[in-house]
Write a protein that binds this ligand. Sequence first.
Ligand SMILES: Nc1ncnc2c1ncn2[C@@H]1O[C@H](COP(=O)(O)OP(=O)(O)O)[C@@H](O)[C@H]1O
Ligand SMILES: [Mg+2]
Length: 254
Amino acid sequence: MNKAMIKFKNVSKKFGKNEIISNLNFEVKEGEFITVLGASGSGKTTTLKMINGLEKPTAGDINVAGYSIQKGKLIEFRRHIGYVVQSIGLFPHMTIAQNIAVTPKLLGWDKEKINHRVDELLDLVNLPRDFKDRYPAQLSGGQQQRVGVARALSANPPLLLFDEPFSALDSLIRQELQHQLKDLHRKLDNKTFYFVTHDINEALYLGDRVMVMNHGKIEQFDTPQNLVKHPQTEYVKQLLDTAQENQKLWEALK
Ligand SMILES: Nc1ncnc2c1ncn2[C@@H]1O[C@H](COP(=O)(O)OP(=O)(O)O)[C@@H](O)[C@H]1O
Ligand SMILES: [Mg+2]
């Protein structure tokens, strides 16, 4: 049995009087590709930010790779977590190579090791090596998002967090990146991916397991097959019915 990468035990989070996350309990194993599906405002980003210590729980304990937030160790560990967001957040005045090398530089790697790593990562995310000296504005949105993934992988973190990284991309590019990300996860050895989305098809396609969130609670955390075949709550059932109706609409229009 694989070790746990993420453990939430009775975790709650309040902003002022509003309880955003209510008594959340779940476990993610090393090497899993988890997708988190939920409507806007359901608490996906807040949960993700608690995993890398950007937000603190009001109650409960979070353990990531054996580091406990209660013991204050999680913050030190943050550098070892890759983070990819929708807005990408590449530095516009830095070249692609410099953008990818931010964390390795912080960690004090020598120049040769960094250069080698940048080449390796560009290959891995299917970008030509001669993009190294370009600036972010000279790349398309999809290419920039690939650089974002390369940067998150730069220091070889065991855990990668993705917060709706593809939502700003048009659907063809988005599908291509979904395929490549799934492929990448297979190629990489035992890395844990925690991927937030509000797109049901994306969640079902990418996830080994899908966590369906609603109003700060988990409705169901299950394999895509089980979600489709055995939805456990009315919310999940409706979500899947809507997706199926969309599918039928598409078929009818073909
Ligand atoms: N810093 C904050 N202060 C107050 N409320 C917040 C803060 N961050 C998030 N919220 C609220 O918490 C709820 C969940 O937000 P979020 O986790 O971003 O949801 P999601 O990512 O699923 O769209 C929302 O109602 C949001 O307005
Ligand atoms: Mg969000």
